[in-house]
Design a protein around this ligand. Structure first.
Ligand code: FES
Length: 220
């Protein structure tokens, strides 16, 4: 697996929101603080109490609360409150496993190995790329990457004002993430285009004509 995975368009994780994603078969929860800093976090999607998915939980006061018994985990991933025992000082050993996450080019990128360097920041990418949508494709990730012109170790492929990235949620499936520069085609137009590309990949027909729409600016 690559060290940094583009796992979601940022429009899916606004302030105070929670989203569950899969990365190579692993369940990961993305959540964003609800106060001023609005920091984005990526954690294992599993409560250390009884294993409930934290992506079913809620954000309150910059903490992620578990839906089951309400344990709250602060930004450092340590449990800071057990509602059934509010006076108990929670041991530091109760914490959630964390991953590193970066926000770039309209996408959330996660390293499950905890990498700190982020090699996908490139000067020629639009500084303020806007998220469009993520499309689920029932096809191997390598097939989708090939269709959109992504090198095996490439993080993102830009076709003029349209940026495309792909990650593998589970074996045999792919998530295609679409972003746009401010002067690119509309989000609605690109959303329909992404569906045509998905249909072509899943239908086993030529994807080149769909990709050519981008090159020709036909989606604009
Ligand atoms: S399972 Fe999460 S608080 Fe109990």
């Amino acid at each position: 697996m690559e060290r940094w995975q583009p796992v979601s368009v940022l429009s899916n994780i606004r302030r105070g929101e929670v989203a569950g994603v899969r990365i190579g078969g692993h369940e990961v929860v993305l959540w964003r603080e609800d106060a001023q800093a609005a920091t984005l976090h990526a954690w294992e999607d599993r409560c250390p109490h009884r294993g409930m998915r934290l992506s079913f939980g809620f954000v309150r006061d910059d903490a992620l609360g578990c839906l089951y018994h309400g344990w709250q985990f602060g930004g450092a991933a340590r449990c800071r409150l057990i509602p059934a025992h509010p006076r108990v000082r929670v041991p530091a050993s109760i914490h959630v496993r964390t991953y590193t996450v970066r926000e770039h080019a309209g996408l959330a990128w996660v390293s499950m190995e905890g990498a700190e360097d982020f090699p996908h920041r490139q000067a020629d990418w639009p500084e303020h790329a806007q998220p469009v949508r993520t499309v689920h494709v029932h096809a191997p990730v390598g097939q989708v990457r090939h269709a959109v012109g992504l090198a095996p170790d490439g993080g993102m492929a830009w076709h003029g004002p349209v940026g495309l990235a792909v990650h593998e949620p589970v074996a045999g499936q792919a998530m295609l993430h679409v972003v746009r520069a401010a002067d690119g085609p509309s989000a609605l137009t690109l959303s329909h285009w992404a569906e045509r590309l998905r249909d072509a990949v899943e239908g086993g027909v030529q994807t080149a004509p769909v990709m050519a729409e981008l090159a020709a600016g036909a989606t604009a």
